[in-house]
Design a protein around this ligand. Structure first.
Ligand code: VG1
Ligand code: CO
Length: 543
């Protein structure tokens, strides 16, 4: 076994987006592509000699090949230990958990999250730091800079490691431990939640369905829901990870988890329905006859978190991404705790969590989590819901009705225009950006514009700034539209339009969301002309 230095030259555009580097699988499968990016990561890290690296992915096509390359390059770059999940699997929150629990130097997560997998699907690589969270922009920018000037990478020629056997292998001086991907995570969940109470609820006849969408949460959900919590066999469906996610999009939204949604709205609905995405960091929550929007779920979880033992002492603060609805703000206000508004992407929560300023965080894109790890965590959200249901002994529908009666309701929807022409999408946003000043004070479709800006964030902990994080148009009546371009798409551009309108009138808390938002949608069209400029007459996905 020897370590070689191999000459290479840069690839175009290895720029990490909202959540690491995401591209078509075919792009990653080009010769030297993974090697270049991984070397760029390693070249951006100091003092890695002899340190421990955690590696795992969501099991999609090319996961195992990428892991073998990373292990051999970790040996080539002087790491001391690699921990890798059995079968190459680690959900994103479990990777974060392992990094923290084992005090690793950092981790590499292989996933393109909710994007489809397979040779014609998507792949991704993300670096996480020792706090278990996605690398901050300072590091992702350094990685990108290295990727543009790279001339060589270092790799061992050792044989592949057997990823399916729990055990230890030596790779050119690097110690590789294949570990149970669920062990640390299960222990953490048992510390946070009252497993006995939830078990009693299942014993008393409570029923749920968890759709793992053929992705990484299958083994975790089997072990926790059907194992530790005693839910009946069959509670977890699509629970075996497959490299192409059974040919589906592992995206827990109302389009790709339609079957679950239909079940929950029908006569045979169990008490609770949930799903998670490809890498296990997102969650979809549906009660019997009620879909809970992620923004509402964040607010309801924050308002009830003290019912779970891990949060019995109360919350230090709540953080949400800017496009996420203001429902959580009302809870923070009632609790008398801080509310932080950050740009889209979990990496912006890291400092707030590390500094003890926020306990619970959330994004409108089905991401919720807390200071227990530094990633959003799909199963965690499901377990917190179950813990709350076990204590309150009420259906989800009643919990939400009471929530809205207390705090009012933020009607909220996101309209995505996927794979639109990148030039058209960019010019739409640029042009709108140029008109923001003149929008303020104008009346559009009967609504006065109170303020229009491009969201800029200054991190309250380290003072770093991030500009151009999304266009916000705030109206006099408290409603709001937000427009931004996705940083995770891999084909063309994805334009996201977020719509929100607050309602406190007790007689107007149970209306149809799209109807309530109809004239705000029309206002957005008058401002941004999305349909005309993208040539689309309707959004691709409405959530
Ligand atoms: C999307 C979501 C964002 C989320 C990101 C990663 O980003 O909007 O809230 O953090 O995906 O999610 P964008 O730039 O496409 O809007 V996932 O589950 O990687 O890990
Ligand atoms: Co994800």
């Amino acid at each position: 076994m020897t370590i070689a230095t191999i000459q290479t030259e840069p690839f175009q555009d290895q720029k990490p987006g909202t959540s690491g580097l995401r591209k078509k699988t075919q792009v990653f499968m080009q010769e030297r592509y993974v090697e270049n990016f991984v070397q760029a990561i390693f070249d951006s890290l100091d003092d890695k000699q002899g340190k421990m690296l955690v590696v795992g992915g969501d099991g999609r096509y090319f996961n195992r090949e990428a892991i073998q390359t990373i292990i051999k390059m970790a040996a080539g770059n002087g790491f001391g230990t690699v921990l890798v999940g059995q079968g190459g699997l680690l959900s994103t929150p479990a990777a974060s958990c392992v990094i923290r629990a084992r005090k690793a130097y950092g981790g590499i997560i292989l996933s393109a999250s909710h994007n489809p997998g397979g040779p014609d699907g998507d792949f991704g690589i993300k670096y996480n730091t020792d706090n278990g969270g996605p690398a901050p922009e300072k590091i992702t920018e350094a990685i990108f800079a290295k990727s543009t000037t790279i001339t060589a990478y270092r790799i061992s020629d050792a044989p592949d490691v057997d990823l399916d056997q729990i055990g230890t292998t030596d790779v050119d001086g690097l110690t590789v431990h294949v570990i149970d991907p669920a062990e640390d995570y299960l222990g953490l969940m048992a510390n946070l939640f009252d497993f006995d109470k939830i078990r009693e609820m299942f014993q008393a006849g409570f029923r749920m369905r968890f759709d793992a969408m053929h992705a990484v949460t299958g083994p975790y959900a089997h072990a926790i829901l059907e194992g530790a919590l005693g839910a009946p066999a069959g509670t977890v469906v699509n629970g075996t990870p497959s490299p192409d996610f059974g040919g589906h999009h592992p995206d827990p939204n109302l389009v790709h988890a339609k079957e679950l949604h239909d079940l929950m709205m029908g006569p045979d609905a169990p008490d609770f329905g949930a799903a998670s995405d490809g890498d296990g960091d997102r969650n979809l929550i549906i009660g019997k006859g009620i879909f809970v929007t992620p923004s509402d779920s964040l607010a309801a979880l924050a308002a009830n978190a003290h019912l779970a033992k891990g949060y019995a002492g109360g919350l230090k603060g709540i953080a949400r991404s800017m496009p996420t609805s203001g429902a959580a703000d009302r809870v923070a206000e009632a609790l008398g705790i801080g509310l932080y508004e950050t740009p889209t992407g979990w990496k912006f929560f890291g400092n707030l969590l590390d500094a003890g300023m926020a306990t619970i965080c959330g994004e409108e894109s089905a991401g919720t989590g807390s200071d227990h790890v530094r990633e959003k965590d799909g199963l965690w959200a499901v377990l917190l819901w179950l813990n709350i249901l076990a204590v309150r002994q009420q259906p989800v529908k009643q919990i939400m009705a009471e929530h809205w009666a207390t705090y009012g309701r933020n009607y909220y929807s996101r309209h995505d225009y996927e794979e639109v022409d990148a030039a058209a999408a960019n010019s739409l946003v640029d042009e709108l950006r140029g008109r923001l000043c003149e929008l303020a004070g104008r009346i559009i479709n009967g609504r006065g514009v109170a303020r229009a800006d491009d969201f800029a964030y200054k991190d309250p902990v380290d003072g770093s700034t991030s500009a151009k994080q999304g266009i916000r148009i705030l109206f006099d009546d408290g409603s709001r539209i937000v427009l931004r371009l996705s940083g995770t798409g891999t084909a063309g551009a994805t334009l996201r339009l977020y719509l929100e309108r607050f309602e406190a009138d007790p007689a107007r808390l149970d209306l149809d969301t799209q109807e309530v938002l109809a004239d705000l949608i029309e206002t957005a069209e008058q401002i941004a002309a999305i349909k005309a400029r993208t040539g689309r007459d309707a959004p691709t996905v409405i959530t």
